[in-house]
Design a protein around this ligand. Structure first.
Ligand code: SF4
Ligand code: SF4
Ligand code: FES
Length: 326
C-alpha cells in the first residue's frame, strides 16, 4: 500500500507564500508520521526542513499540524490517520512564525515561559541559589501536588491551538501558565512569592485572557490540562484578593448576586464587572441602552428566590470545607 503525504513547504529565501507538495511512500507496519517525513527527507527531497530529536514523545520538538490537529509526529501512527483520511496532511504549528517548511520560531514561546520565573524563589523574584537546602527537599506525593503540570514537554501544541493566542499574541499562553501553576502548588515556594507571582500573572494578557475554549486540553499529548491549571491560578488569585481584572470581578460579582438573591441579575452584573469606572461605564452604555430598549434588562431590584437560605447554606458549606484542613 502507498500513501500520499501532502506537506506545506515554505522557504523564505525563495518563496513568497507557502505551498503544498505531494510525496508518495509505501506504508510499513508501525510507521509514524515522523517516520514518513524522515523517509521523504532521506529518499525523495533532502531540502525538507523539520525538527525532531527523541522519536519517543519526550523532547517535544516534533509538534506539527497533522490532519487538522496539533500532534506529535513521532507519536502519530499513519494507520490511525488513514482510518479517517486517504492522505496525511502536514503543516507547521499555527500561531508561530514559520522559519522553514515545518520548523517554527519557538523563541516567543520560550520568552513567555521565562516570563513566569520558572524556578523556585526564596523571596519575591529572588532565584533560589542555595540548592543544598529547601529546593532539594523531596516532595511527598509530588504528582498529586502538581496535578500533572510537571509532565509538560514544552512542545507548543497548546499554544498553536489556543484561540486567545490567535487574536492576542501577547497572551502568556497555556504552557507558560500551566508552568506557573506548578510553582503556586509547590509547598517549597514561600507564600509571599506565590502572591507576587499571582500579582504578575494578574496583569493584562495574563491569566484572565483565557476564554476556556478547551483546545489546549484536547491537543496536549501529555494530559497536562493547561486550562484547568489556569482555573486553579484564577482561584488562587481571587483567594488572595487579586480581583482588579474584569474576569475576576465577573466571578466575584456573580457569586455575590447568587448569595444575595439566589439568581443572576443582568441589570447589576455589568456594573459589578466594570465597577464604577467612568470610562468603562461609558464604553458599555450603548450596549446597555440597546438592551434596555429591547426589554432585555430586568429590574435591578429583581425578586429574591424564596429558598435563598438553602442556597446560602451551599456557600457556607464551601467556606467550611476550605477552612477544614484535609
Ligand atoms: S482554554 Fe484558554 S489557554 Fe486553553 S486554548 Fe482555550 S483560550 Fe487558550
Ligand atoms: S502543556 Fe501539553 S501541549 Fe502545551 S507545551 Fe506542555 S505538553 Fe505541549
Ligand atoms: S521527536 Fe521528541 S517528541 Fe517527537
Amino acid at each position: 500500500m502507498r500513501i500520499t503525504f501532502r506537506i506545506q513547504r515554505f522557504n523564505p529565501e525563495v518563496d513568497r507564500h507557502p505551498h503544498m507538495e505531494d510525496y508518495h511512500l509505501p506504508v510499513w507496519r508501525g510507521m509514524t508520521v515522523l517516520d514518513g517525513l524522515l523517509a521523504i527527507k532521506n529518499t525523495l527531497d533532502g531540502t525538507l526542513a523539520l525538527r525532531y530529536s527523541c522519536r519517543s514523545a519526550i523532547c517535544g520538538s516534533c509538534a506539527m499540524f497533522i490532519n487538522g490537529r496539533e500532534r506529535l509526529a513521532c507519536r502519530t501512527a499513519v494507520r490511525k490517520m488513514l482510518e479517517r483520511s486517504t492522505l496525511i496532511e502536514v503543516m507547521p504549528l499555527t500561531n508561530m512564525r514559520v522559519v522553514k517548511d515545518l520548523v517554527v520560531d519557538m523563541s516567543p514561546f520560550w520568552g513567555k515561559v521565562r516570563a513566569i520565573t520558572p524556578w523556585l524563589t526564596k523571596s519575591e523574584s529572588t532565584p533560589y541559589r542555595d540548592v543544598s537546602t529547601r529546593a532539594q527537599q523531596v516532595l511527598p506525593r509530588s504528582s498529586d501536588v502538581f496535578q500533572n503540570v510537571d509532565a509538560c514537554i514544552m512542545c507548543g501544541a497548546c499554544v498553536a491551538a489556543c484561540t486567545t493566542h490567535a487574536v492576542s499574541p501577547e497572551f502568556l499562553g497555556p504552557a507558560a501558565l500551566a508552568k506557573a501553576a506548578r510553582f503556586i502548588a509547590d509547598p517549597r515556594e514561600p507564600e509571599s512569592s506565590k502572591t507576587w507571582r499571582l500579582r504578575e500573572l494578574n496583569r493584562p494578557h495574563g491569566l484572565w485572557d483565557c476564554t476556556r475554549c478547551q483546545y489546549c486540553v484536547e491537543v496536549c499529548p501529555k494530559d497536562v490540562k493547561p486550562m484547568e491549571a489556569i482555573i486553579r491560578l484564577r482561584r488562587a488569585a481571587i483567594d488572595r484578593g487579586l480581583t482588579s481584572d474584569g474576569g475576576a470581578r465577573h466571578i466575584t460579582g456573580f457569586a455575590e448576586l447568587i448569595y444575595r438573591d439566589g439568581r443572576l441579575n443582568e441589570a447589576i452584573m455589568p456594573l459589578k464587572v466594570v465597577g464604577f469606572h467612568p470610562a468603562r461605564l461609558l464604553h458599555i452604555l450603548p450596549l446597555g441602552l440597546k438592551m434596555w430598549l429591547k426589554g432585555k434588562i430586568p429590574s435591578p431590584f429583581g425578586h429574591r428566590l424564596p429558598e435563598i437560605t438553602r442556597i446560602r447554606r451551599i456557600f457556607k458549606a464551601r467556606q467550611t470545607s476550605q477552612e477544614t484542613p484535609s
